[in-house]
Design a protein around this ligand. Structure first.
Ligand code: BG6
Length: 296
């Protein structure tokens, strides 16, 4: 069986390799596991709630229509942090391709979490496409403004929690020279470091990254994750470190920050704006490519 559906989730198994799988919760259309040859690639908290009671701590939560908590924008200011997609149950639309194995999920204002749509009354149609390759996982989003009258403005972000062997021996490459905003010190600057490394809480939004820059996560000199972006100019790099992890009830084990790193491709620095009827598409591709330093 290449596609198994239960009430709460979908499991895809690669037709040529039963050890390569992806599991997607209908709640949030959240990818909660991606195994390549039996090895888990994503971090999922031991205390993550998978019952729809709160957004999943780990995997690939989907952020829409607002990144973070935006108090300054009239339209989105009432929405909770990271919006409504990660705390709504999506419709499973079924298989769209058998090779590579591809499925879709849909969300619009009529089925989204009513507590959230009461706070943001826009019309939208989201289609998430999940494609399981033999050596990659592709997640693609299409956002349609389904209103006849109003423009739609939104942020999008794939909040990807990558599993890493040891954060203190891990770095992120190919962001050198990019403008960024450090959310902890609330300052913008050009990151001149040859690589990003981790010795403390890190929460940085890299903005308008050259489209050809391929972000890689490197552990002890070996590339362990490659994150490719299509139409996603920004990327958040986040590790909560000790105190922030301690304060998150659904973050377990408490030293789990050592094993995870969020690299989150998105369109968050500015809103995407769509006229009535218009569509916007963007894609994240996770893989394990050879090391390719594009900038030091
Ligand atoms: C990141 C933000 O994207 O998400 C962080 O940059 C935030 O500031 C983190 O702490 C986790 O957010 P949440 O809502 O899942 O706890």
């Amino acid at each position: 069986m290449t596609i198994q559906e239960t009430e709460s989730q979908i499991v895809l198994t690669h037709p040529d390799n039963k050890n390569t799988t992806v599991t997607i919760l209908k709640y949030g259309a959240t990818v909660i596991s991606w195994k390549l040859n039996g090895i888990e690639q994503l971090w999922l908290s031991d205390a993550a709630k998978l019952d729809g009671s709160r957004p999943v701590r780990g995997g690939i939560p989907l952020v829409f229509p607002v990144f973070g908590k935006n108090q300054n924008d009239e339209l989105v200011k009432d929405l909770p942090q990271h919006g409504l997609a990660r705390n709504s149950t999506w419709e499973f639309l079924g298989q769209v391709k058998s090779n590579p194995l591809t499925v879709q999920f849909g969300l619009n204002e009529t089925i989204a979490n009513p507590e959230m749509t009461a706070l943001w009354k826009e019309k939208f149609n989201l289609i998430l496409t999940v494609e399981l390759g033999s050596d990659y996982l592709k997640t693609a989003i299409e956002v349609e403004n389904s209103s006849n009258e109003r423009d739609l403005k939104f942020n999008w972000l794939f909040h990807t929690y990558l599993k890493v062997p040891d954060i203190e021996d891990t770095m992120v490459s190919n962001l050198t020279g990019m403008k960024c905003f450090d959310s902890l010190i609330k300052e913008s600057f050009v990151d001149k470091h040859p690589v990003v490394n981790f010795t403390k809480e890190t929460d940085v939004i890299y903005q308008n990254i050259d489209p050809e820059r391929v972000i890689q996560v490197v552990n002890q000199g070996k590339p362990i994750h490659t994150v490719k972006r299509i139409n996603l100019p920004d990327t958040v790099v986040w590790n909560p470190w000790i105190e922030k992890s301690a304060g998150m009830a659904d973050f377990e084990p408490k030293n789990g920050y050592l094993d995870m790193l969020c690299v989150e491709p998105g369109h968050v620095h500015e809103f995407v704006k769509l006229a009535p009827g218009e569509k916007w598409q963007a894609t994240q591709i996770l893989s394990k490519d050879a090391l390719n330093y594009q900038a030091i």
